[in-house]
Each structure stands twice: as structure tokens, then as C-alpha cells.
Design a protein around this ligand. Structure first.
Ligand code: SF4
Ligand code: SF4
Length: 273
């Protein structure tokens, strides 16, 4: 699949000089087609990639050069345009007729990854009705007996990376969940129902991260408040106990001072008492 630039592009121009095929153009600027003619810009607002000229860097690099330098991870594989390594290599040869591509030509396919160099391909998430979040919570519950009530509560809420993000495949509309750690922009995900691939964008990633983080922050703040209140109650109880014990000790001491101790010398009361 050719690489595309999403509307997350900040027009920093970092990618343009990296492309070995001059496939990247500034928004609004006409591009030079393989037919030698000028063509209208594909995007007026953002840098764009000419699909006919993009080889996903096959023939030149082990990973997409534009994706490697993009500061906002918006150079991503186009899921709508899947292409084989052979097709991409053929394109590289067409664009660079004077260049020789040996058997060991660089290719991202040889890395066994579909994702850009700085991203990892997520494992295909299992199609499951069980929310990932719940599963993580259940996994932690095994140790609850050993925990304080607060820690048990904390364990019942999964960490940010483990939150299950519900997704619907845009191809087959199948629904599934993916742990948040795999929602990183540029990561290639696969639908467990139809096997179709897609790539989360930065906006989705940021929105989910913001929402989950907001919940987590508020929730932990509430828990901290409960902890403080509980600690204050414990402190009051401890002080009350200390005062009570002091009084108890004193009373017992007073009461015992009137007693005649066993073995203590007895007052002489005469032979008949
Ligand atoms: Fe150019 Fe490679 Fe990016 Fe395609 S993936 S636009 S060939 S730098
Ligand atoms: Fe846009 Fe990324 Fe290229 Fe910068 S490096 S112009 S953000 S696509």
C-alpha cells in the first residue's frame, strides 16, 4: 500500500527531502507526474504523496523514510491501496531506470513489518465480547485478599495502556477491542473478523488518551481523598485509643493499689483476730 499523509500534517517539510522518489509535495504545489507532465496538487492544505511515485521506500530503505522523520506520525500506510513488494520494486525500477536493484534490495517487507520504522505492528486483537479492561481487572483480583481496600480498588481499574478501545472495522463493520497501547498512530492493526488492516490516526489517539487519562486522574484523586479521610479517622481513633488506654492503666493501677498482695506481710490481729 502506498504511504499517505493524513490531515494531522503540520506542514513542517521534514519528509519532502527524504523521499528517494520525489513523491512528496507541498500542499497546493503541482507535482511532476511519471508521464513528465505537471499535475494539479492532490492536497491544497497539507503535504501530500503521489501514490504512483511512492514505493514505500522499497529499493532504498528498510522502512518508510518519510514516516521515520515525521514528528507527528502522520505518514501512514494507505489501507485502501494495498500493494505487494514486487509491485513496489517494479515501480522503483520504472522511476529509476538507470539504477540497479540487486537481490538484497532494501525493503520494509524484509523486516517482517507492515508498520513504519518507528512503530510496531500490533498483534491481531482477538475478537471477543469480553472487554479488555474487565479482563485486566479480573487478572488483578487474584491478589485482592492481600491488599488494602484502596489497593484492591486501584487494581480493579486497568492501567492506561491496558484500556480496551472498542473499534468497528470500516470494511466488515465487525466490532472488537484493542488495548490502548496499540492505538499509537502509524501502527497497523488488523480486524480479527475480516483481517483487513487500518491505522489509527493521531486525533483518535489523542482523544482516547485524553479521555482515559482524565478519568484516571479524577478517579485516583478521589481515591487519594478517601485515603486521606481514612487516615485522619485512623489517627483520631489511635489518639482516642491512646487516651483510653492511659485512663484504663491509671484506673487499674488505682484499683490494684488497694488490694492486699499475696505474700505481703499481714497486720498482726492477735491470736483470735
Ligand atoms: Fe517517498 Fe518512501 Fe514516503 Fe513513499 S514511503 S513517500 S517513497 S519517503
Ligand atoms: Fe507533514 Fe509529517 Fe511531512 Fe512534516 S514530516 S510535512 S508533519 S507529513
Amino acid at each position: 500500500m502506498a504511504t499517505i499523509i493524513t490531515d494531522e500534517c503540520i506542514n513542517c517539510a521534514a519528509c519532502e527531502p527524504e523521499c528517494p522518489n520525489t513523491a512528496i509535495y507541498q500542499g497546493g504545489v503541482e507535482y511532476d507526474g511519471l508521464d513528465g507532465a505537471k499535475h494539479a496538487a492532490i492536497s491544497d492544505d497539507f503535504y501530500y504523496i503521489v501514490p504512483d511515485k511512492c514505493t514505500e521506500c522499497v529499493g532504498f530503505f528498510d522502512a518508510e523514510a518519510c514516516a521515520a522523520v515525521c514528528p507527528v506520525d502522520c505518514c501512514v500506510p494507505d489501507p485502501a491501496l494495498p500493494e505487494t513488494e514486487a509491485v513496489l520494486l517494479e515501480r522503483a525500477k520504472q522511476i529509476h531506470p538507470d539504477q540497479t536493484f540487486g537481490e538484497d534490495f532494501p525493503s520494509r517487507f524484509k523486516q517482517g513489518a507492515e508498520a513504519p520504522a518507528d512503530t510496531a505492528e500490533a498483534p491481531a486483537p482477538a475478537a471477543s465480547a469480553a472487554p479488555v479492561a474487565s479482563a485486566a481487572g479480573v487478572a488483578n483480583v487474584g491478589n485482592v485478599a492481600m491488599m488494602s481496600p484502596e489497593d484492591a480498588l486501584l487494581a480493579s481499574v486497568p492501567a492506561l495502556d491496558d484500556w480496551g478501545v472498542p473499534l468497528a472495522c470500516f470494511r466488515c463493520t465487525g466490532q472488537f477491542e484493542v488495548p490502548f497501547q496499540f492505538i499509537k498512530p502509524g501502527t497497523v492493526l488488523h480486524c480479527p473478523h475480516c483481517g483487513g488492516s487500518f491505522v489509527p490516526n493521531t486525533t483518535m489517539y489523542q482523544n482516547v488518551a485524553r479521555r482515559v487519562t482524565r478519568f484516571y486522574d479524577a478517579w485516583t484523586a478521589d481515591l487519594d481523598e478517601i485515603r486521606k479521610r481514612r487516615q485522619a479517622e485512623l489517627d483520631r481513633f489511635e489518639e482516642k485509643l491512646r487516651v483510653g488506654l492511659d485512663g484504663l492503666r491509671q484506673d487499674v493501677k488505682d484499683l490494684s493499689s488497694d488490694a492486699e498482695l499475696a505474700g505481703a506481710p499481714q497486720r498482726d490481729r492477735g491470736f483470735f483476730g
